[in-house]
Every structure is written in structure tokens, then in C-alpha cells.
Design a protein around this ligand. Structure first.
Ligand code: ZN
Length: 200
């Protein structure tokens, strides 16, 4: 936690955001471990939707992991918060309903430290709702960067590499690549498909 905020007992909202493979979960696990050393009472949540890895853990791409509660929506988080909880961590926060925005504020206003991690843009490069609302109301924002798979520059976008009409397509290295602004092209998948059709 930043020095400035360390000196206060008030609640706090911290958002870790960025594209895929930017180390968001890893950063969150680091902050949680720091809170564990400080003997804080912590609860960790993630949405049911994220079934990439073993279900009741949050796992970083480098395989750091911590046990967590898997929940359907923001109201289920509210109902599972224990009285003694001091720190609430929420991974893949972009997959929650808009109720998550109010809940995060509610918890921080009660004096809790809320740490969220999520994708700031979707596969089209558009803001991933409700992240913009969390971003506007957070106290600390940590933007993470990945490495572009084409040129090695800092990456800020998640490039989808398989065709899909779905707005949300949960996956990892086989479906997405980190790209810089120059090498990100949401129409790339379509273009590849047309080329393949022409070859046939
Ligand atoms: Zn690039």
C-alpha cells in the first residue's frame, strides 16, 4: 500500500487493471500476501465464469495461487462478507454486474480495504464495463502492462486470435495475445478467415 494511504485508518479501493498477461492477478496476490503478513482478515472472491484454472483458487499465469470463494454475482459477495473481514480482494472484476461498483464503495466506506483486478478493455479495445466506473471511484489505480507478442513493446490490448461472435470468450494463451496499440487489430481474426476461405 502506498505510504500516503498507510497513515490512515479509512477504507480504501485499489484497482489493478490492464490487458491480458499484464500480471494483474500476480500483483493482486502480492498485495494480499502483504496483508496476510500484517495479520489482516482477508476474503478473496472471483466470478463463477472464470473457469480457466482449478475453480476455487485465484491463479496467476506464473502459477501463484490462493484459495478463494467463487460467486455468481455481486449480491453473493455481499452475503458472504464476514463481520471480521478487513480486506476484500476481487479478481476478474470486469465479469461482475454493475452492482459491484456500489458494493465496492459500500465496503470501503465501512473502512475495508478493497483490492480489485480486472481487464480495462475488451477484445475490441473498448472499455470493459463496469471497470470505468470502478476506475473513477477507486483511490489507487495500478495499470499493468504486458509485452507485445509481435514487436516486444509494452502491450495494452488483448488480441483475440480465434473467431467468435461472443462478447465474452474466456480463455488464455490459446485464444488471446497481448499486443501494443500498433499491432492490435480487432478485425484481424475476420481478415485471416477471409484469406483462408479464398485459399479453399
Ligand atoms: Zn507491437
Amino acid at each position: 500500500m502506498d505510504m500516503f494511504f498507510n497513515s490512515t485508518n479509512s477504507g480504501l479501493v485499489e484497482l489493478i487493471c490492464g490487458c491480458m498477461f499484464s500480471g494483474k492477478t500476480e500483483e493482486m496476490i502480492k498485495l494480499i500476501k502483504r496483508a496476510q503478513f500484517a495479520k489482516k482478515k482477508i476474503q478473496i472472491f472471483k466470478p463463477y465464469l472464470d473457469n480457466r484454472y482449478k475453480i476455487d483458487f485465484i491463479v496467476s499465469h506464473s502459477n501463484l495461487k490462493l484459495p478463494c470463494h467463487v460467486v455468481e454475482d455481486s449480491s453473493e459477495i455481499r452475503s458472504q462478507i464476514l463481520k471480521q473481514t478487513e480486506v476484500v480482494a476481487i479478481d476478474e472484476v470486469q465479469f461482475f454486474d454493475e452492482g459491484i461498483v456500489g458494493l465496492i464503495q459500500e465496503l470501503a466506506n465501512k473502512g475495508l480495504h478493497v483490492i480489485c483486478a480486472g481487464l480495462d478493455t475488451d477484445w475490441r479495445g473498448e472499455p470493459f464495463h463496469p471497470i470505468p466506473l470502478i476506475m473513477a471511484t477507486a483511490d489507487i489505480i495500478r495499470k499493468q502492462y504486458a509485452v507485445c507478442t509481435v514487436c516486444g513493446s509494452p502491450a495494452v490490448r488483448s488480441q483475440r486470435t480465434v473467431p467468435s461472435k461472443e462478447n465474452i470468450l474466456v480463455g488464455s494463451g490459446e485464444i488471446y495475445q497481448a499486443r501494443c496499440r500498433m499491432h492490435f487489430n480487432p478485425n484481424e481474426v475476420k481478415v485471416q478467415k477471409i484469406n483462408t476461405d479464398m485459399e479453399v
